[in-house]
Design a protein around this ligand. Structure first.
Ligand code: ADE
Length: 227
């Protein structure tokens, strides 16, 4: 079983429409759709926006469906000047940029208990995602994807995430899904298409370009499922 999580319906709807033999189940207010695609068992969920919903969704998916892999797809704010709207970042690691116990002497982003800052994605999944994105002919980079409970539309936050964590893209779920997968020992990957520049005009870009970006991320995921 492969688990797929997106925050918004637009990020998962075209994947859901590929599935046959579908079964739906609601857990803690989150709708899960399982089914088949290309002879593979798939479960897809729209988790909702933010780290708490994303963590709830990942945990419920692991407990109910035991996926061998979870992929988080969707859109993100761009932190890398070499990328344009629609281009893709594949996470080699994820970080929660708003986790901060530095007052207690920890580095910023430190996850007490598991005692790391950046959670690495699964190497095999990263390789497969790279082949899938190359096949789709979409420009892409690999790097850290940073998550926090904020829609970033100011240059100061953008600069902070870049300088502190070397983030290539910012969003609101990937690192919390990565955190849940890490503690449950489930291999994960995060793939995001750029919808905006994570600066003062990002809310306008987001409205204009989210559909296009979501289309690119689902196109790559389809390739991934066909590998
Ligand atoms: N998702 C898409 N764009 C984003 C942004 N600028 N900040 C946080 N999440 C996003």
């Amino acid at each position: 079983m492969i688990g797929i999580i997106g925050a918004m319906e637009i990020e998962v709807s075209s994947i859901k429409s590929l599935l046959t033999d579908t079964v739906e189940q609601e857990i803690s207010g989150i709708q899960f759709m399982s089914g088949k695609y290309n002879n593979k068992d798939i479960v897809v969920a729209k988790c909702g926006v933010g780290k708490v919903f994303a963590a709830m969704c990942a945990e419920a998916m692991i407990l109910k469906y035991s996926p061998e892999t979870i992929i988080n797809i969707g859109v993100a704010g761009c932190l890398d000047n070499s990328l344009k709207i629609g281009d893709i970042v594949i996470a080699d690691s994820v970080v929660q940029y708003d986790m901060d116990t530095s007052a207690l002497g920890d580095p910023k982003g430190f996850l007490s208990g598991i005692n790391i800052v950046k959670i690495p994605s699964d190497e095999e999944i990263v390789k497969k995602l790279q082949s899938a994105v190359d096949q789709a002919g979409i420009r892409n980079v690999m790097g850290t994807i940073a998550s926090g409970d904020k829609f970033v539309n100011d240059s100061a936050t953008k600069r902070f995430i870049i300088s502190e964590f070397g983030g290539k893209a910012c969003e609101m779920e990937g690192a919390s899904i990565g955190h849940v997968c890490y503690v449950n020992k489930v291999p994960f990957g995060v793939l995001r298409a750029m919808s905006d520049g994570a600066d003062e005009t990002s809310h306008m870009d987001f409205e204009e370009f989210t559909a296009l970006a979501a289309q690119n991320s689902t196109a790559v995921l389809k390739n991934f499922l066909n590998i």
